[in-house]
Design a protein around this ligand. Structure first.
Ligand SMILES: [Zn+2]
Length: 101
C-alpha cells in the first residue's frame, strides 16, 4: 500500500473541509395554513399538499390523546389494585388481632 510521504498542513486540511457545511432546508409557506414547511412535502400542520387533503391530522392528534388517556386509565387501575391488596392485608391483620383476644 502506498503511504503519503509527509503529513499534510493544517491549512490544506482546513481548505479541504471548507465546503463541509450543513445547508439550510428550503422552506416554503404552506398554501393552506401559511406555516413554513419543506417544499415538495405534505404539510405536517394541516395535512394538505397541492390543495388536496392527504393526511387527516386531526385523526392522528385524536389517536395520540386517546392513547394518553388509555395509559392514564391503566396507571389508575394499577393503583386501585395496590390499594385493594393493602386493604386486604389490613383486614387480615385486624382479624388476627381479634382472634388473639
Ligand atoms: Zn399547512
Amino acid at each position: 500500500m502506498t503511504a503519503p510521504k509527509s503529513r499534510g498542513t493544517k491549512s490544506k486540511r482546513d481548505k479541504r473541509r471548507l465546503h463541509i457545511v450543513l445547508k439550510k432546508p428550503n422552506l416554503v409557506k404552506c398554501q393552506k395554513c401559511g406555516k413554513l414547511i419543506q417544499s415538495h412535502v405534505v404539510c405536517s400542520f394541516c395535512g394538505y399538499y397541492k390543495g388536496r387533503k392527504i393526511i387527516d391530522v386531526l385523526k392522528k392528534k385524536d389517536r395520540k390523546k386517546r392513547e394518553e388517556e388509555e395509559k392514564k386509565k391503566k396507571d389508575k387501575d394499577k393503583g386501585k389494585d395496590k390499594k385493594k391488596v393493602e386493604n386486604k392485608k389490613k383486614e387480615i391483620v385486624e382479624l388476627k388481632k381479634t382472634a388473639k383476644k
